[in-house]
Design a binder for this molecule. Structure first.
Ligand code: FNR
Length: 187
């Protein structure tokens, strides 16, 4: 089965290394029977409870994108040992209005790249705790902390090291298995 997976990039930087990582995942995804499509977050307004009664068009469109996907991959940087505010804003937007949480029951998987060797581990842990509260079944293993050392990923998402390609494909295959198990539980 080929699954349609939406992905969020937790950085709006024009030189984002996490966007490079996301481009690499898009290219490798067919090897794991996944089709990846970005659900953009850059144009979302800051979430306010005022939106619960008058939802902005961008927020409604974003929620629809999540709901229409079989699963969501979150590609996150680590900013100050946490997830970037733009990504938290997107999750808050998706979670409301109350009772209309777009992540409920939606399988998810987190991955991230950093210039440092910890590779977004702390940010991802915090992201997992949010996804857990949002009732999104997350892929727990394998974890994917990518140390984006110089030259490992090109701007257009080519990966220059074979063992990294192998790891990313195996991670995508684990995402596929996770989606299959979550969407078709054995009865
Ligand atoms: C960082 N960076 C960083 N890296 C890390 O491993 N742990 C951290 O806590 C932080 N904190 C942090 C805060 C802020 C405000 C910035 C701008 C950066 C470095 C970070 O890994 C690097 O800038 C990446 O390039 C960020 O990913 P994107 O935005 O390029 O995808």
């Amino acid at each position: 089965t080929i699954y349609n997976v939406g992905f969020l990039v937790g950085s709006i930087s024009s030189t984002s290394i996490n966007r490079r990582l996301a481009r690499a995942l898009v290219k490798l995804a067919p090897q794991a029977d996944l089709a990846l499509t970005e659900i953009p977050i850059a144009d979302l307004p800051f979430y306010s409870a005022d939106h619960d009664t008058a939802i902005p068009a961008e927020a409604a469109e974003f929620k629809k994108g999540i709901e229409a996907s079989d699963a969501i991959i979150l590609v996150t940087p680590e900013y100050n040992r946490s997830l970037p505010g733009v990504l938290k804003n997107a999750l808050d937007t998706a979670s409301r209005p109350w009772g209309q949480n777009s992540f409920a029951g939606k399988p998810s998987a987190v991955i991230g790249g950093s210039i440092g060797p910890i590779g977004t581990a702390v940010a991802q842990q915090q992201l997992r705790s949010i996804l857990s509260f949002l009732a999104s079944p997350e892929l727990s293993q394998p974890e994917a902390y990518i140390h984006m050392r110089d030259g490992l990923f090109t701007e257009d998402g080519e990966v220059t090291d074979d063992s990294t390609v192998e790891f990313l494909v195996s991670w995508l295959k684990a995402v596929h298995t996770h989606i299959a198990k979550t969407l078709s539980p054995v009865t």
